[in-house]
Design a protein around this ligand. Structure first.
Ligand SMILES: [Cu+2]
Length: 233
């Protein structure tokens, strides 16, 4: 009897034999020094948003976890990625909720559909401050369908709202889907890397970028850790 799982294994073997020998890069992002303390945000000018937060929301330029770990760091294959010319068919979603951007940092492949959702009872005006790509801003009243956009060139784009000055986020537009955003414990995983030599870049919005080279053989996991120097107050 062929189970569903059997069938998908069979399909994987037929469709992508390279993945059977694929390796993984994983690691942790940490900081040294003392990061600036994030500031509480006053949303009293937008009561429909303020009431969604039981405790005041803070700015998110530097999000730390236990043991000096850093969240919201984009870690990606910046050279050697096998999928530079492949645009994923699935869209990525950026949600405005409680007058915040969810997620704070959203990564996507060049040319990939970006859906912008307004989950609030107020109008937002999303404004990605692109320099390499075309800059635009769009108003999105409550209850309107998601906006659909895309960016064709690689760029880290600061995003702001022209209505609510405290709203800040980032789009990381990359020439690969081999990326991860470090979690609350600073960890990341880049799976499905065929054997080869890669440059791995880590980007943090206030601390800049770091790169490391790594060579992956078949079916192995390599550890690559990044440590950023926290900017002083
Ligand atoms: Cu807004």
């Amino acid at each position: 009897m062929f189970t569903k799982q059997w069938f998908s294994t069979l399909l994987l073997m037929v469709v992508s034999p390279a993945l059977l020998f694929a390796g993984t890069v994983s690691g942790k992002v940490t900081y040294t020094g003392t990061p600036a303390k994030m500031k509480p945000i006053d949303m009293s000018k937008e009561p429909s948003c303020a009431k969604q937060h039981a405790t005041p929301v803070t700015t998110e330029a530097v999000v730390t976890g236990p043991n000096n770990t850093l969240a919201n760091v984009v870690v990606y294959v910046s050279a050697g990625a096998p999928d530079e010319s492949t645009t994923p068919a699935q869209a990525v979603t950026f949600t405005q909720k409680g007058c915040q951007y969810l997620p704070h940092v959203l990564a996507m492949h060049t040319g990939q559909e970006l859906k912008v959702v307004n989950d609030d009872q107020t109008s937002h005006n999303i404004h990605p401050l692109a320099k390499v790509n075309r800059e635009w801003n769009k108003s999105q009243p409550p209850g309107t369908p998601p906006l659909s956009e895309k960016f064709d060139k690689e760029e880290f784009i600061p995003v702001k709202c022209n209505v609510h000055p405290w709203m800040h986020g980032y789009f990381a537009v990359l020439k690969t889907s081999h990326y991860a955003i470090s979690g609350d414990n600073g960890s990341f995983t880049l799976p499905d890397l065929p054997p080869g030599k890669y440059t791995i870049t880590a980007w943090q919005e206030d601390y800049g970028t770091q790169t490391q080279d790594v060579t992956i053989g078949g079916n192995e996991t390599k550890t690559v850790d990044f440590t950023f120097k926290a900017k002083p107050y």
